[in-house]
Design a protein around this ligand. Sequence first.
Ligand SMILES: [Zn+2]
Length: 372
Amino acid sequence: MGREFVEIFEDWAEDYDRTVAGENPEYQEVFRNYEEILSLVADNSSGTVLEFGVGTGNLSEKLFEKGLDVIGIEPSEAMRIIAESKLPHMTILDGDFLLYPQITRPINTIVNTYAFHHLTDEEKAKVIKRFSEILSPGGKVVYADTMFASEFEKNRKINEAKNAGFFTLSEDLEREYYPIINNVKNMFTKQNFTFYTKQMNDFVWFVIADYKGKKEEGIILKKMNVESFNLDHTKVKAPYVRLVGVTVGENGDQVYKYDIRFKQPNKEHMEMAGLHSLEHLMAENIRNHMDQVLDISPMGCQTGFYLSLLNHDSYDEVLKALEKTLQDVLEADEVPACNEVQCGWAQNHSLKGAQEIAREMLLKKDEWREVF
Ligand SMILES: [Zn+2]
């Protein structure tokens, strides 16, 4: 949410659990089937769950009971204190839908109950787009909140509340941003989510939105586990050297992985014999120029190599080492380890082929820094 309603929650924190239990007659219908609603959200969650608007921790409890790993976000300190007392082991961060600490763990499910309406429709659209960016492959958004089938229906419920003397409820319905279902559906489908709803009481609807992946030029690109499968290979400009990512181990060691692209994807490729010899030559020689090489291996598409380095963070030094290594290839008069004892296909080598690839790559070394 934006923070405009935080004060209301500071005041409401102590009474909140009594309200959800149906003790406040104005909100009896809003919280009818409350336990069932929370269970439905929890039952449809999996993996690591990011929960927005933890409140007093009622949904979090159910998620924990299912053995799920939950990270909570809650802007109200009073609410956080209550939730923390119920769930002392839970991580609850100060934040809201729009502003929260960066989460580095992969997220499988994003949940919230009775919270999404704190965002204006414009904010909802922005937040849904961000959901698509932080969800892991096969991820989903699962939530429950008050929504209305139409403006007419919304006005009818507001008038009904007024006629019953439920002025806290009617003011709430007019003040906060309870949406029309179709508008929310459009926001999700625009970001390539499927959208499923089930009505839980006169106000609250349950929603599951499955993320289908990034939509681009008519092809649906499913979000993949392998970073390079998320790279649009039609947009890159080979040759280039690109940092794919950094993996940090439990003890703080860092593995830097690079994509060294020799050939333009789907336009050109390296012939197998030359590529194979280039692999042998680079694997042997690059280690003379840097100590931190874990691995250098060709890509199956024959357009480049992956290079992994341990605790070495200088991109400039990688380029320098690559240049020196390719010079070594040009100066070589044999392919190292090119025999049946040391290689799996000793017949399939070409020193000349490797040198042609190296020469062309070196000629374009001014372009290595530019990926797109
Ligand atoms: Zn080999």
